[in-house]
Design a protein around this ligand. Structure first.
Ligand SMILES: [Zn+2]
Length: 317
């Protein structure tokens, strides 16, 4: 039997445009991802199901590729109507439901932002937002997934851990028909953003860009015939799109290096130089991006970091 996959596009108010959610007609009718929590996306989801001759009540389970709010936002409303099992990476429940983690997350980011060069006031302002935005009290992830797991209700669909975009990102692969569902791991035409997640309390932070590149490498050899992405068009040339992602990363790393070639500076100095107009509107995505590039350059021994008055100053080696 051929695996049927249907896509529904749901509007977001993010620059990235709509998010794609998928219906997999497996042993269990499975919804992959759940859009942003807006009335418009809710209507589009219901209309999309209707156009396929389905309703919310036909969905038998939900799989999340990761915990970002354009991928899990409508979960609450769906589960209110139809309380089905939810599957996601083993870290996802902590990122969405653990209040203690949310508090720790605030502390963690306040320090990180300050060390990056944001003022104490800005660091505080931006660090404590996750709790208000993401906390989903009472959500239960029915099974925490990891590399190699078969997804319940979807025989033949395997989990490929693709951390980098977030610390709970998974992709799904159906080897029999070479179908790949990659969430935001690979997006055609744009550089998938790298976001920092606070580590679990007492643990060390991951270096997401390094993970991301390793996990892209892992997917290069995947013989996918069609790749369904979390945003943008279906991908038929996965390998080329992945190589473009590598090129984009190198370009970005080179830009950071050329800024540091002029003068040593803090993370914020680098952002101001690279994005003089854009950074004021949403500095945090740039903090994540530049932090991850600085990780990469440190790993490659191309730069050093020296802490001065609690703030890191980076220099080219
Ligand atoms: Zn997304």
């Amino acid at each position: 039997m051929v695996q049927r996959v249907e896509k529904i596009e749901l509007t977001t108010n993010f620059p990235i445009g709509p998010v794609n959610v998928y219906l997999l007609f497996g042993e269990k009718l499975t919804l992959v991802d759940a859009g942003l929590k807006t009335e418009q996306a809710w209507k589009e989801l219901n209309d999309g199901l209707h156009n396929l001759g389905l309703t919310l009540n036909d969905i038998e389970q939900i799989v999340l590729t990761h915990h970002h709010n354009d991928h899990m936002g409508l979960l609450e409303w769906i589960l209110e109507k139809n309380p089905v099992p939810v599957y996601a990476h083993k870290n996802t429940e902590t990122y969405l439901c653990d209040e203690d983690y949310m508090y720790w997350c605030g502390e963690f980011f306040e320090k990180l932002f300050y060390e990056f060069g944001l003022t104490a006031e800005m660091a505080k302002k931006w660090a404590y937002r996750k709790r208000d935005r993401d906390l989903l009290v009472g959500l239960k992830i029915n099974k925490g997934l990891q590399e190699g797991d078969e997804i319940p209700g979807l025989p033949g669909w395997e989990v490929i851990e693709t951390l980098g975009h977030s610390q709970d990102h998974i992709s799904l692969y159906y080897a029999k028909e070479k179908i790949f569902i990659c969430g935001d791991h690979v997006i055609d035409g744009i550089h998938a953003g790298i976001f920092l997640d606070a580590p679990f309390r007492g643990k060390k932070r991951a270096k997401p860009l390094l993970q991301y590149m390793e996990n892209l490498e892992k997917c290069v050899s995947l013989p996918a015939q069609i790749t369904y992405s979390g945003h943008g068009p279906d991908i038929y040339n996965l390998r080329d799109v992945i190589y473009t992602q590598f090129e984009r990363t190198e370009k970005r790393a080179n830009r950071v290096k050329s800024v540091l070639a002029k003068a040593s500076g803090t993370g914020l100095d680098i952002i101001k130089e690279m994005y003089p107009d854009r950074y004021k509107k949403g500095v945090i995505t740039f903090v994540f991006e530049i932090t991850s590039v600085l990780d990469l350059l440190q790993e490659r021994h191309e730069i050093t970091a020296e802490k001065k008055n609690g703030i890191y100053v980076y220099s080219l080696l």
